[in-house]
Design a protein around this ligand. Structure first.
Ligand code: PLP
Length: 398
């Protein structure tokens, strides 16, 4: 079971980087270990009351909640009222896409095929149950939205445009400002899934031009189970749950104050050393990418501009599941980056959209480095790589 202890997140960063650790965690895009600042903030605030109460103990909780909201807003270029706490990125994406759709006159949803399932499946649900029409925004062979082929937007028929800031599998940074300009020109609301980007690249919600933006705490060192949807002041959304009217009436339910405090502290820590961390992680990632390109037949799918810690690569002739099992046995935690269902390794929808063949897509695995990654981690992966690929290739494709 993945938890903060066995993904090497004890209390101090020095412990995290200790050579005594036996596992090498290179799956930071799935979840990154809790930062010590976030842990402290959570522990300090675990016992707080319901922030909606009308008495002194509740006011203490309310103060912590609102200070956390203010801090997150400040770090992301938003106003505090625009931060709507959710249970994570999935809920934020669902709320944005369906919330914008149900308030719109049009029924078309413009969406690239490389989006996370939190967006894609919401669009499909709206199509199946609520008369929406999915209009794909094609991507090129690098996995970026092809602006030349971008669908024409029309305020009367287009309900919303949605696009992720950076892809969770390839790391590819998308042409967000260009898409935002197209949406603004057509006066169509734009949702950005910034779950992989927040805390890793500079984000300014107001200047992004987005109506809504999803973020998730556990991708930048905050706790799991909390995230936020940034919702511009002038944007109205249809809420998808009803109750006490918390969070601007968009997300009813008693807030988790300790997690909100942990999220704010995690984001503050991530943003405060963002540039130095970016350069450090990029250097480690480049070493790993270089080693991968030295493997006969390997294909690297991650291209510039990208998030600093991503390397997504295929090793044709080897099944991704075998590679992951062998890396696991060698003490290395990595992933396919695509959805595995009932033990069946399905080719990634992202690679398929990029035109990668099915056998190549089925041999793709993702390494993602982050704030706890060390030279030791990268050396371990590089050392295990040739034999792991050789053994997986021997096992062959299913
Ligand atoms: N969007 C993207 C791009 C993601 O990578 C993820 C998680 O992997 C999500 C949304 C869902 O976020 P959460 O795990 O917080 O629900």
């Amino acid at each position: 079971m993945l938890n903060d202890r066995n993904v090497a997140s004890p209390r101090k960063k020095s412990d995290v980087n200790s050579s005594a650790k036996t596992r090498h965690f290179v799956d930071h895009a799935a979840t990154t270990p809790l930062r010590p600042e976030a842990r402290t903030a959570m522990v300090d605030n675990l016992g707080l009351a319901n922030p909606s109460g009308q008495y002194a103990t509740a006011r203490v909780a309310k103060k912590v909640l609102e200070e956390s909201r203010e801090e997150i807003a400040e770090l992301l270029g938003a106003d505090p009222i625009e931060v709507v706490f959710t249970s994570g990125g999935t809920e934020a994406d669902n709320l944005a896409v369906s919330g914008l759709y149900f308030k719109a006159a049009g029924s078309d949803i413009v969406v690239p095929p490389i989006e996370h399932d939190a967006v894609l499946k919401t669009c499909r649900h709206l199509e199946k149950e609520h008369w929406a029409r999915i209009v794909p925004a094609p991507v090129d062979s690098t996995g970026r939205v092809d602006l030349e082929a971008f669908p024409t937007l029309d305020r009367n028929s287009t309900a919303l445009v949605t696009c992720m800031w950076a892809n969770n599998e390839t790391g590819a940074v998308q042409p967000i400002s260009e898409i935002s300009a197209l949406a603004r020109k057509a006066r169509v609301p734009f949702h950005i899934d910034a779950v992989q980007a927040a805390g890793h690249v500079p984000i300014d919600f107001h200047s992004s031009g987005a109506a809504t933006m999803a973020i998730s705490a556990h991708k930048f060192g905050g706790p799991r189970g909390i995230g936020a949807l940034l919702v511009r002041r002038d944007v109205t959304l249809c809420p998808h749950n009803n109750g006490g009217g918390q969070e601007r009436g968009l997300r009813s339910g008693t807030q988790d104050v300790a997690s909100a405090a942990g999220m704010a502290a995690g984001l503050r820590a991530a943003v405060s050393d963002m540039q130095a961390e970016h350069d450090r992680v990029k250097n480690l990632t480049e070493q790993l990418t270089h080693a991968i390109t030295g493997i006969d037949g390997a294909i690297v799918h991650t291209t510039q501009p990208t998030l600093a810690g991503h390397v997504y690569a295929s090793f044709p002739g080897a099944e991704a599941d075998s590679l992951i099992m062998l890396f696991d046995a060698a003490g290395i935690d990595c992933s396919t980056g695509s959805a595995c269902s009932a033990g069946v390794n399905r080719p990634s929808h992202v690679l398929s959209a990029m035109g990668v063949s099915e056998p190549e897509a089925r041999s793709a695995i993702r390494f993602t480095l982050g704030w706890t990654s060390t030279q030791d981690d990268v050396d371990a992966v590089i050392a295990a790589l040739p034999e792991t690929v050789m053994r997986a290739r021997k096992a062959g494709m299913a």
